[in-house]
Design a protein around this ligand. Structure first.
Ligand SMILES: O=c1nc[nH]c2c1ncn2[C@H]1C[C@H](O)[C@@H](COP(=O)(O)OP(=O)(O)OP(=O)(O)O)O1
Ligand SMILES: [Mg+2]
Length: 198
C-alpha cells in the first residue's frame, strides 16, 4: 500500500499547485498518498527561510503521531531594492495593503526586481528533516490577471513571456515557478528513497 504523507497548509491555492506538482506521471502508480491538514503553525521571525521552514515542520511533527511523514512549505517574495524584504513577511504586507500596496512600496525605486522563493521542509517517517528550495526571478509590476492567489497578479517572472503569474495557465506557471522547482527536488528525494524510506 502507498505510504501517506501529510502536507500541512491552510492555503488552498498552494495545495492545488502542490497536488499538481506531486501528481504521478500518467500510467504511474502513486508512490504515496497526499493528505492535507490545516494546523496553525507559528512562523519564526527569522531572516533564514530554511530556519522558518524547519521550525514550521518541527511543530507539525509535534502535533502528529510519531512516524508520520509530513512536509510544509514557506514562500517568500524578496525585493532586490529592500535587500530581500518583505521575504517571508509578504503575507502580512499583502493582508494589510494588498498587491497595490506592495507595488507602491517600490514606487521610489527604479529597481523592481524580485525573487520568489519556496522552501519545503520534509520530515520523513524517522523524523529526519530535509529541506529543498526553489527560486524564480522576476519583477514587480502593476496588477494584471486573476486576484485569486496572493501576489500572483504583480509578479512577472523573467521566463514568463511578459505575463504575470496570474495571467498564465497553471501548467505554464508550474513550468517555471519557485514552487515547482522546490517540489521537483522533493519528488526526486521521495523517488530516490527506498520503498519504505518515507
Ligand atoms: O506562488 C505564489 N503566488 C502568489 N502568492 C503566493 C504564492 N505562494 C505563496 N503566496 C502568498 C501566500 C501568502 O500570502 C504568502 C506566503 O506566506 P506563507 O506563510 O508561505 O503561506 P500561507 O500562510 O498562506 O500558507 P501556509 O499555511 O502554508 O503557511 O505569499
Ligand atoms: Mg503561513
Amino acid at each position: 500500500m502507498a505510504s501517506k504523507i501529510v502536507f500541512v497548509t491552510g492555503n488552498v491555492n498552494k495545495l492545488k499547485e502542490v497536488r499538481m506538482l506531486l501528481a504521478p506521471a500518467e500510467g504511474q502508480v502513486p508512490a504515496f498518498e497526499l493528505t492535507n491538514i490545516d494546523f496553525d503553525l507559528d512562523e519564526l521571525q527569522d531572516s533564514s527561510l530554511e530556519n522558518i521552514a524547519r521550525h514550521k515542520v518541527s511543530q507539525a511533527q509535534e502535533k502528529l503521531a510519531k512516524g508520520t511523514a509530513v512536509f510544509v512549505e514557506d514562500t517568500a517574495l524578496c525585493f532586490d531594492s529592500y535587500n530581500g524584504l518583505p521575504g517571508a513577511y509578504v503575507k502580512w504586507f499583502l493582508k494589510s495593503v494588498g498587491p497595490e500596496g506592495l507595488v507602491r512600496m517600490l514606487a521610489g525605486f527604479d529597481n523592481k526586481k524580485a525573487e520568489a522563493v519556496t522552501t519545503v521542509a520534509f520530515a520523513d517517517s524517522n523524523g529526519q528533516i530535509h529541506v529543498f528550495q526553489g527560486k524564480t526571478q522576476g519583477k514587480v509590476v502593476d496588477p494584471r490577471g486573476s486576484r485569486e492567489f496572493g501576489w500572483d497578479c504583480i509578479f512577472e517572472p523573467e521566463e514568463g513571456a511578459g505575463k504575470t503569474y496570474a495571467e498564465m495557465e497553471k501548467k505554464d506557471k508550474n513550468q517555471i515557478s519557485q514552487r515547482s522547482r522546490a517540489f521537483a527536488l522533493l519528488s526526486k528525494h521521495l523517488n530516490g528513497a527506498s520503498n519504505s524510506g518515507v
